[in-house]
Write a protein of this length. Structure first.
Length: 170
């Protein structure tokens, strides 16, 4: 998941107020002349169709491909929070959705167990939102995770399975 964390933090720090949820990012284009991930980072499922079960595929045997999926989920969460709370260019004391994303994702890393699964990381991010913002975004986060297959019934293991469901309270 480290590749995904790194990619998504780079997207968050590259973000500009003029961007919106239709913004598509290729990773490594500046160095390689083309994107170096299986898919560009986009909320649009036609451009980036990845769901959790994609990581079962043979092209996902390495850390870069699995990280591409994880970043896609995190990027969707970022976009949801920026849509909901706006963008604040002040990364240190701002109050935008981008600041909230940085806060809950970073604190989520502190809450997850050692050697976390993506499900563990999802749960830690949701717990971080509960701890830091009284759970104001929990149902929205569940919808984002479920859209990409990390819903309530998703399973991890040697092979993973998608779950597109959200908690009943949402």
């Amino acid at each position: 998941m480290g590749e995904g964390w790194g990619d998504c933090y780079s997207l968050a720090f590259r973000w500009r107020a003029s961007y919106d949820n239709s913004t598509v990012f290729g990773m490594g284009v500046y160095a390689a002349g083309e994107g170096i991930r299986l898919y560009d980072y986009a909320q649009n499922m036609t451009i980036n169709p990845q769901t959790y079960s994609y990581i079962n595929g043979p092209q996902y045997s390495g850390v870069h491909a699995k990280g591409c999926y994880w970043c896609t989920v995190l990027y969707d969460a970022y976009l949801m929070l920026v849509d909901k709370y706006g963008f604040d260019a002040d990364l240190y004391t701002g109050n935008g959705g981008n600041n909230r994303w940085l806060h809950i994702v970073t604190d989520g890393m502190k809450l997850q167990p050692c050697r976390p699964t993506m499900i563990d990381a999802r749960d830690a991010i949701i717990e971080s939102n509960e701890n830091n913002y009284g759970g104001a975004d929990v149902c929205d986060l569940w919808r984002v995770f479920a859209r990409r297959g990390l819903g309530v019934s998703a399973t991890s293991g040697m092979r993973v399975s998608d779950g597109f469901d959200i908690p009943t309270q949402c």
